[in-house]
Design a protein around this ligand. Structure first.
Ligand code: IPE
Ligand code: IPE
Ligand code: MG
Length: 264
């Protein structure tokens, strides 16, 4: 569903008409922020916030399924989060491992396809193995696609796609003039999924923190002060309601969009 390289005449195509008409975002990405502050506000260690955050993940997955969202992408650990104190990083790794183990059965039963995105080569062999087997087990499911971004950075994603293309040029498989948006997109994480329609950030800050950059080029952004452990079905629905009121223009004018929306 790349729209980046089309001319304005081509924009009035079926895909764009569908996009401007949708009231339920097909792809939602969430920056799950505020775990530490949630715990600290209650005089608890930060890790308790991460643990409470797992329950919010469960709620988000079930709300996404209920609302008919096709892809849900959750930012669990950024490429910059390694800068945190060693103790917090190792607790997060341990939590990631146990949650994967514990939740997999239910996710699978509910037809969820789990897809971990990010540079997992930095994780322990044990965790990498766990990730591979979880993805394999759920690979044929056709329900919600749950992308979990772990050791993920938007810049990393673009670089790894660029490196793949450079290797193809070096091997003489393609010419450098064939490096197009379309082709680069095909090597990014989530390449077979719709672009992100709605990006939500909890925790009260207004930034993207190197989350999906390319795939969210035309995402609607919704920021909420709710801290991640407090995120529930109603927070999610509120964000989707805000999304439904937005006019996504993709570079067109408002009246062009109204014309598209009126099309059968
Ligand atoms: C988000 O919550 C979870 C991760 C980054 C792993 P934080 O841990 O960033 O919580 P705050 O922002 O410090 O409150
Ligand atoms: C973004 O939160 C990363 C995740 C939610 C995993 P951070 O808490 O790391 O973001 P900054 O540091 O406030 O930008
Ligand atoms: Mg934070």
């Amino acid at each position: 569903m790349s729209i980046g390289s089309q001319s304005s005449a081509e924009l009035a195509n079926h895909a764009l008409t569908e996009l401007v008409k949708q009231s339920i975002p097909q792809h939602v990405a969430i920056i799950m922020d505020g775990n530490g502050r949630w715990a600290q506000a209650q005089g608890k260690p930060r890790v308790m916030g991460h643990k409470a955050g797992v329950k919010a993940v469960r709620r988000a997955v079930s709300s996404a399924r209920e609302m008919g969202v096709g892809s849900l992408t959750l930012f669990a650990f950024s490429s910059e989060n390694w800068r945190r104190p060693d103790k917090e990083v190792s607790l997060l790794m341990e939590l990631f491992f146990t949650v994967l183990q514990r939740e997999l059965k239910l996710l699978h039963k509910n037809g969820v396809r789990l897809n971990i995105i990010g540079d997992i080569s930095r994780f322990s062999a044990r965790l990498q193995k766990q990730i591979a087997s979880a993805m394999e087990k759920t690979a044929d499911n056709d329900g919600l696609i749950l992308n979990v971004a772990a050791n993920y950075g938007g810049r990393w994603d673009i670089i790894q796609a660029a490196q793949t293309l450079v290797k193809q040029v070096e091997a003489g498989e393609i010419d450098s003039s064939q490096i197009t948006e379309e082709r680069l997109s095909q090597h990014l994480s989530m390449q077979n999924q719709p672009e992100v329609d709605l990006m939500i950030r909890t925790g009260g800050d207004y930034r993207i923190s190197n989350f999906i950059l390319w795939q969210a080029a035309y995402a609607e952004l919704v920021f909420t002060d709710v801290l991640w452990p407090d995120f529930d079905e109603s927070t999610f629905k509120d964000a989707v309601d805000v999304f439904a009121t937005r006019q996504r223009r993709f570079g067109l004018t408002g009246s062009q969009i109204e014309t598209l929306q009126a099309e059968e």
